[in-house]
Ligand binder design. Sequence first.
Ligand code: HEM
Length: 312
Amino acid sequence: MVGYRKYTIFIFCFVFLVVLAGGIVRTTQSGMGCPDWPKCFGSWIPPLSASDLPADFEKYLRKQDIDHTFNAFHTWIEYINRLLGALLGLFVLIHLVWTFMKRKTLGNTLVIHSIAMLIVVLYTAWLGKVVVDENLAVVKISLHMITALILAFIPLMIVNQLDKRASVGGLAISKEIFLPYLGLFVLLIVQLLLGIGVRQEIDVISKAAGYLNRETWLQSVGARFIVHRSFSWLILLLTVFILIKHKNPYFRSINKVIFGLVCTLMIFGIMLNYLDFPAIVQPLHLLFSLILIALVFGVLHKVFLTSIRVKS
Ligand code: HEM
């Protein structure tokens, strides 16, 4: 089942490629580059230039509220994002077929996980359509991001199940490690919600400013930003505690990765704060935070699965 495990990890990585593409769509203001869904300007392959636009193109442009002109760059950024999303859907479908065909070896639990993955990917795609229909409604964008995160959890759960079966006698993981990871996961979810709040405010402020004067955007965000910024110290503290306290060789390297991600996110946050909100940092801050939360979830799930079998 090495190939199946690798393919599941591939899907996990592909989710983040789609998240990165989504982040680039937002930071380049390409969200309404394709004003209709699932087609783009009424066709499956979007126009390359204004001369390729359909006769009734104005009805599509009227849907945009950022600007009402055709911008091939925005259109193609959004279209590539959709293509990657569609590819992800296809990969997940192949995963389900594979799991179903091997269900005697893999068992019903993994079939259920794979079905859940397909449902979440379809729901996420549908939310993508709603975001376009509602002209980039800020709350729907946030929901779209949360479902993408849940989508990343499922392949990790599948890999953990496979590893649990492969490890004879189980890993020697003490149960006491569960609580600090649970605490970190809860703190990260709070931080995610605070970050989403900041992003929603930025969405409104930047749109009102016509996406100009980036250096002023953060100044207009309320107390939520200060809380989000300060909250990361709590996360850093707990991460350092886990790194120092839990020396289990299995988790040593993942703990270093978690610590590295927290530090990088803080550096990205500082860059957003002090370097006039660089556009490139926005999708990276999103990408790294989702990778961090998914990894902590994966470790938590692994500890949960294993500590059932291992008595501390
Ligand atoms: C563990 C540390 C951190 C995590 C997990 C985290 C997570 C997040 C998340 C999930 C978002 C929403 C992103 C989106 O929806 O696109 C966000 C937004 C944001 N965060 Fe953080 N963050 C962290 C630290 C920081 C720090 C230290 C700062 C500032 C010094 C900061 C500044 C911001 C800003 C300005 C936004 C809005 C970004 C935008 O509109 O694109 N973050 N954060």
